[in-house]
Design a protein around this ligand. Structure first.
Ligand SMILES: C[S@@+](CC[C@H](N)C(=O)[O-])C[C@H]1O[C@@H](n2cnc3c(N)ncnc32)[C@H](O)[C@@H]1O
Ligand code: SF4
Length: 386
């Protein structure tokens, strides 16, 4: 019998938790460290790859994603050793995708050439803003010229280079964002991640906001307008919004992130990494300790995370939550197989009537209005799973 994850593929996420400096808006598991014992990290990653490869023998690996933190700070020799071990332990898909996240401050041509030699074939660059004042306000260590130079270096080494921008920033108006987005699309190759600024609890931005110091953020309506024009302008340039914050030319979507959103299986290696793995007993959630030193201490022995079984209803909830982020939406046949009956309750009918959800014979999708309040839409749909 085909297991559900096989509808969506199998990926490996590897977390590098270090950055050159901590950005004031960021709540990722990222740390600034004066010294990093690279040999110990290499031993830990390789031990984890071996342990997971033993458990997933016979599978074909579709993707690997080096995320962070700032993986472009990893020594090229470490990326090379990890990629070597991955190739030794799994069969790779013909269209295997290997992405590495990069910060413009840590991009140099020889290192990028070495990443490519190691087998990386896609880079995601955190540019964030195309004007210097806003880059300073975001606490970034690079200016626009450095970001553009980094993009050129990345483009010279890789066919596939995506970059991230953060919008709905302090003082940003709709015309300002439109102009910035057009400039970004003029230089973009095939993929962009465009995130609305979120003030995450526990960050320096959250503290500043609590003191009344983070002035000039666009309100909800202005941010929603920015989201709408983002979708329209990207479409004019041939980039379709395939996920809430991701835009690509058809065929250039991030295959790794699609595995999350289509609810495939993925291994998570590194501090704080999450995974979803199906075995004979069903699907399991894995979560590694967030603290880098704690993770390092246990990971070298082959143990790297806590595991919890997911019930069919847990899986259905997660599948709904992830797949409704996608324009293609949720596959009704898969959802039905998870819960053992048709998914067709009162909450779904209400949301369709309210114009938040649309249904076809094969899929359930969030409408553009529904996407603006996706968390509320998904919580409402959960009522039909009880
Ligand atoms: C791990 S970082 C990317 C690579 C690298 N660390 C960097 O910042 O250049 C992932 C992306 O998440 C986005 N991001 C992080 N915190 C955010 C926030 N609070 N609001 C919106 N986007 C955020 C940024 O666009 C960032 O590039
Ligand atoms: S945004 Fe990127 S560079 Fe900045 S702290 Fe977060 S992970 Fe590090």
């Amino acid at each position: 019998m085909t297991a559900d994850w096989q509808n969506a593929g199998f990926g490996l996420y590897l977390h590098w938790p270090f950055c050159a400096s901590k950005c004031p808006y960021c709540d990722f598991n990222s740390h600034v460290s004066a010294s990093i014992g690279v040999d110990a990290w290499q031993a830990a990653y390789l031990a984890q790859i071996d342990a997971w490869a033993d458990r997933t023998q016979g599978r074909i690996l579709n993707t690997v994603f080096f995320g962070g933190g700032t993986p472009s700070l990893m020594p090229a020799s470490l990326v090379d050793a990890i990629m070597d071990r991955i190739r030794a332990r799994w069969s790779l898909a013909n269209d295997f995708e290997a992405t590495l996240e990069a910060n413009p401050t840590s991009v140099d041509a020889s290192k990028f050439a070495a990443f490519r030699m190691a087998g990386i074939n896609r880079v995601s660059l955190g540019i964030q803003a195309l004007n210097n004042n806003d880059l300073r306000a975001l606490g970034r260590m690079h200016d626009v010229d450095e970001a553009l130079a980094a993009f050129d270096i990345a483009r010279a080494a890789f066919d596939r280079v995506s970059f991230d921008l953060i919008y709905a920033r302090q003082g940003q108006t709709l015309p300002m964002w439109e102009a910035e987005l057009r400039r970004a699309l003029d230089m973009a190759i095939d993929h962009l991640s465009l995130y609305q600024l979120t003030v995450e609890p526990g960050t320096v931005f959250a503290q500043r906001q609590a003191r009344g110091g983070l002035r000039g953020l666009p309100g909800d309506d202005a941010a929603a307008d920015m989201y709408d024009v983002t979708t329209d302008i990207c479409r004019d340039y041939g980039f379709h919004g395939y996920e809430v914050s991701n835009y690509a030319r058809p065929g250039s979507e991030s295959q790794h992130n699609l595995i999350y959103w289509r609810y495939g299986d993925y291994i998570g290696i590194g501090p704080g990494a999450h995974g979803r793995i199906t075995d004979l007993c069903g699907r399991r959630a894995t979560e590694a300790p967030r603290d880098p030193a704690q993770w390092l201490a246990i990971a070298q022995n082959g143990y790297g995370c806590d595991e919890a079984p997911l019930s069919p209803i847990d899986c259905a909830q997660e599948y709904l939550m992830m797949s409704l982020r996608l324009t293609e939406g949720c596959d009704r046949v898969r959802l039905q197989a998870m819960i053992g009956s048709e998914f067709n309750g009162d909450a779904l009918r209400d949301l369709v009537q309210m114009g938040m959800i649309e249904c076809t014979d094969t899929h359930i999708r969030a409408t553009p209005d529904g996407r603006l309040v996706l968390n509320a839409v998904v919580s409402k749909l959960f009522e039909d799973l009880q």
